[in-house]
Design a protein around this ligand. Sequence first.
Ligand code: HPA
Length: 245
Amino acid sequence: MSLTAIIGGTGLTRLTHLQVHRRESPATPYGAPSSELTFGRLAGRDFVFLARHGDPHTIPPHRINYRANLWALKQAGAEAVVAAAAVGGIRPDLSPGRLAIPHQIIDYTWGRAATFFEEGLDHVTHIDFTTPYSESLRQKLIASARAAGLSVVDGGVYGCTQGPRLETAAEIARMEHDGCDLVGMTGMPEAALARELELPYAACAIVANWAAGKSEGEITLAEIERHLARGMADFVALLTRFAES
Ligand code: HPA
């Protein structure tokens, strides 16, 4: 039975619905992953869960050891990765509380360890990244959301910023001009590292707030937490349908 990895983001530090079999804290050539790996079953399917920001939630987006995380999941036998990602909504229909399954990425991050192909190489390797997300996994997530009775947006360009601060209104205007629909801080290099390891990867974006300048006033943590609590409950409902499929 195939093993699917779930990377939980802000608002999803534990997957409480998982019937846990065992936990492991593996070592990798890149150091320790953000959290222990939790292996278990949900609706008859095997999953391994990792908390991207650690458990408790203490690792900021630019300090996450993305290489250790992806390496540990691959080493554990994962055959696909589903990532949960809190985002700000840029496009008018991507309002707080909505779910979207992005189809493209623009990377604005810098200084992150973003490749496994760095040292001890026989030849320089350039992965194809035209389509950063696995289309078949994306379609499964969309079908699972719909089967769970959730309204989900099919597609969207995910702009990945460095964080940990939120963006300025001008930065969001520039990103919108670039074609971004959503903004988050953790989608890269996660997606590229998954591709380097030949792990099919897709993300479920949960809109936590309007991106900077897209609503009146400041973005508050209380607002983000309120929308994420509901959005993550929807993500778990999606996952249950995914497991049953
Ligand atoms: N910007 C970047 N990352 C985010 C946001 C945002 O507005 N909301 C949740 N994650």
